[in-house]
Design a protein around this ligand. Sequence first.
Ligand code: PEP
Ligand code: MN
Length: 445
Amino acid sequence: MSEVFPSLAELHALNPKHQAAYPDPVAVDEVVKELSVRPPLVFAGECDDLRGKLAQVAQRKGFVLQGGDCAETFEGVTAANVSNKLRVLLAMAVVLTYAAQVPVVKIGRLAGQYAKPRSKDTETRGGITLPVYKGDAVNGFAFTPEARTPDPKRLLDVYNASAATLNLTRAFVTGGFAHLAQIHSWNSDWAKTSGVGTRWEELAGEIERALAFMVACGMDDESMRKVDFFASHEALLLEYEHALTRIDSRTAKPYNVSGHFVWIGERTRQLDGAHVEMLRHVQNPIGIKLGPTTTGADALALADALDPDHQPGRISFITRMGAKKIRELLPPVIEQVEASGREVVWICDPMHGNTFEAANGYKTRDFNDVMDEVNGFFDVHDQLGTWPGGVHIELTGDDVTECVGGADALAETDLGDRYESLCDPRLNRNQSLELAFLVSQRLTD
Ligand code: PEP
Ligand code: MN
């Protein structure tokens, strides 16, 4: 891995895709200057720690649970919103840990997930065409020329929002809330009548009894009071990611200190592109999204570019093939990568290959398709004798109505009730927990 971190100008010379078209370059320079002296949001040592945990996953000794919003919003940085998300992720992790008896590496899609690649640059409504909404990091959602004009100062807001989210997250996971003895209180407001709520109650009761037994035996371990929780987002906007890449004083190597784990999206993973060039140099564990057009040779070339030294835990491939295609398209990719001797983490994103427009115009996903892709992922790994290393889910801790299906059988006509996502549809709390129960079943089969 090269030690010379490229300049922002060098990265821009590679014509990066899906960037913000800022009207005023001087204002951009000022923001970059300010961001580059702000303190790190995460520490390099924490990134190393996560890389070590992912290396264990690659060796079949763990499972990754990665989840959160498609796009965070500044308005969503409230105690209720962040804690609900953490609550559902911790509950899912408990289901997986208890049922499958494997360590679960918990990674939020949060504290930095504010920029979105979009399929079109503009949006037209009522004869008026404006720049498309590219996430709160770039512009505002309101359909006005003012809101939709990209504003670099928003990158400072991303930093502040991420710092606040991380601060709350750290307090939650180390400050007593994540104590297993509190497990009943995480979802005390759960509808006890729903099938998922009942299963959760049963599991929580079992865990409480097991815990009481252990405490009675004199065991009261630190690991039951705290959990490790990591932050991740798509490394999309070069200004932000570059300004928050720093040379670590311990190792003299560059780390992206805006999140523990960053990934390269399906649309920006060109081998000779700016995103691969930027992340090639940093030491963080890196995710790479792989869509249905990916060949084994593509995946291998990306791994070689981003991880020439075969560093354990460095590469996670996040596959998003679509429920109908995964059984056919995933095996050759896995086979070619594994045949090279590489040990990577295979993570299933069952969301992005399964999006469709409902008859009433809402962008949605069907819980059955999501589960079908997860099942396909497990089937493929079973057949090949490889390790299904984790899942990557767009979810929220609230009772939104964005994806159809699941235990509560949400219908397309329910989507309007509480559709809050500004980008892709997320699983709600019940659907998320239901998914965790189904995954835990596959892990124990
Ligand atoms: C996303 O994760 O929100 C996303 C845009 O995914 P992908 O790059 O896989 O399309
Ligand atoms: Mn998305």
